[in-house]
Design a protein around this ligand. Structure first.
Ligand SMILES: Nc1ncnc2c1ncn2[C@@H]1O[C@H](COP(=O)(O)OP(=O)(O)OP(=O)(O)O)[C@@H](O)[C@H]1O
Length: 239
């Protein structure tokens, strides 16, 4: 694919960079998925990971989040707090006996440690995250009995409750109705304006267009990197 920007870090210094990876490789049980990925994630911007099913977007998010270990290459988080990772809502078990409030409270575990009593500050952070995602009314409901959009908002509230400056989201708007998608898009724009770096894997063209930077993956390789116009229009929509 035609690509105006070189596929790699923009330059050698760390200015304005939140995450830098070089020659990154990762996979599952010895099966390689990501191959020689090299790129920067600019700080205080929104980056969209785009590409066809199975191209490695979720795997890359998992590596950035630290839940999947790279098998080769280098990954550097430049400054900031440990990332907050919001997985695809379909990967969160329906049978989990958790209420919405308990789910959001888990966002404080990294700081507080699991099973420790939450402090008043923690509870305030949880309340604020639930209000921001409009799930306060659902606080006592079981996660498994929520609609897709409600569950997505609960998981996003958990991510926000972590208070990280780096939010990693796996398909936060896929399958949601237009109103719910617009709500999430507006929230992400606000979060970036408030000082958060957002990285989202997405098949949602509007979400990708709203990003500052798109990284296009194909078969585990980074094949284009640039503005949405450059990446999405250069060779047709890439999925
Ligand atoms: N837990 C796993 N165990 C083994 N292989 C996996 C696992 N998760 C993903 N894979 C494989 O890794 C490759 C990349 O998958 P990944 O989920 O990262 O792609 P994706 O771009 O996020 O796809 P989608 O758009 O469908 O969500 C695929 O071939 C997939 O089958």
């Amino acid at each position: 694919m035609f690509n105006k920007h070189p596929v790699g870090p923009s330059d050698g210094d760390d200015d304005g960079v939140r995450v830098r990876f070089t020659g990154l490789e990762a996979g599952y049980s010895g099966t390689p998925v990501l191959r020689q990925l090299t790129a920067d994630i600019p700080a205080l911007t929104m980056t969209a990971l785009v590409g066809p099913n199975g191209s490695g977007k979720s795997t890359l998010l998992g590596v950035l989040a630290g839940v999947i270990t790279a098998t080769a290459g280098q990954l550097r988080h430049i400054g900031g707090r440990p990332p907050a990772f919001v997985p695809q809502r379909t990967t969160v078990g329906d049978e989990l006996p958790l209420t919405v409030r308990q789910t959001v409270e888990m966002g404080r575990w990294q700081e507080r440690g699991p099973w420790r009593r939450l402090t008043r500050h923690d509870r305030n952070v949880v309340d604020a995250a639930m209000e921001r995602l409009a799930v306060s009314d659902l606080a006592g409901r079981q996660l498994g009995e929520l609609s897709g959009g409600q569950r997505q908002r609960a998981l996003m509230a958990q991510g926000i409750a972590q208070g990280s400056d780096l939010l990693l989201l796996d398909e936060p708007t896929t399958g949601l109705d237009p109103e719910a998608r617009a709500g999430i898009a507006a929230l992400l724009t606000e979060l970036v304006a408030d000082g958060t770096t957002v990285v989202q894997a997405t098949h949602d063209l509007e979400a990708a267009r709203a990003a500052h930077t798109c990284l296009l993956l194909r078969e585990g390789r980074l094949t284009a990197r640039g503005t949405p116009d450059e990446v999405l229009d250069a060779g047709g929509v890439p999925w």
